[in-house]
Design a protein around this ligand. Structure first.
Ligand code: AP5
Length: 190
């Protein structure tokens, strides 16, 4: 397999998909091509076929072993994709029984990432974005819980660096400064 594998993570609603879309557009203009893959979509397609969820937000409420099986299938399918790939996913998933690692060892062995990016911003901004997004069934959380989740993601990302030798980069996507986040993302992906 050739090309770079970049994993982009961030708590729900931080705006990682928005940053990815605009970065890919700018990179393309500069002659660098990336394909963006949403890990959750791969999981959801299997879960939908098996009739175990109605929407993508139900997946994080599934039994832990069911989520792990979907993770494994998604990582195997994504590993087969050639070229520069951005994988839009989660460093950890908040389930009803605690944080589930989004990139456990067996997923990292398949994906072999070169770089993991954590998109972050202040928790109160994420809370506001979640409240104004009516297209999704977001968990009801306060900004302190969101901060705990972001802290856990930094901690678990360190273990991903230890397991794979990849580098870890934090990118801040502040309110109304999407262009700055995109500029930082383009600089590391170029
Ligand atoms: P996924 O599809 O990745 O969903 P999500 O992370 O829950 O939510 P989004 O992708 O919609 O959020 P986002 O952070 O990209 O924000 P957006 O750009 O939309 O995952 C779905 C499910 O799949 C998970 O819940 C999980 O069950 C499963 N899954 C995935 N990976 C997994 C894994 N590895 N292991 C196990 N399960 C996994 O932006 C949000 C809003 O903010 C928008 O309204 C946008 O306009 C606004 N916004 C963005 N940037 C700014 C800015 N700078 N200023 C102001 N507003 C902004």
């Amino acid at each position: 397999m050739t090309g770079k594998k970049v994993i982009i993570t961030g708590v729900p609603g931080v705006g990682k998909t928005s940053v990815i879309i605009e970065s890919i557009r700018l990179l393309e203009e500069g002659g660098v091509s990336y394909q963006s893959i949403n890990f959750g979509t791969f999981m959801f397609e299997v879960a939908q076929k098996e009739n175990i969820v109605k929407d993508r937000d139900e997946m994080r409420k599934l039994d832990k072993n069911a989520q792990k099986r979907l993770q494994q299938l998604a990582s195997q399918a994504i590993a087969r994709i050639d070229g520069n790939v951005i994988i839009d996913t989660h460093a950890s998933v908040k389930t009803p029984v605690g944080f589930l690692a989004g990139l456990p060892e067996w997923v990292l062995k398949e994906l072999k990432p070169d770089l993991i990016i954590l998109v972050e911003t202040d928790s109160d901004q994420i809370l506001k974005r979640r409240l104004s997004d009516e297209t999704r069934v977001r968990d009801i959380e306060g900004y302190r819980d969101i901060q705990d989740h972001q802290d856990f993601n930094r901690a678990v990302a360190a273990s991903y660096a230890m397991l794979t030798g990849c580098t870890i980069r934090y990118i801040k996507n502040s309110d109304f400064l999407l262009e700055k986040a995109v500029e930082d993302m383009v600089q590391v992906l170029r």
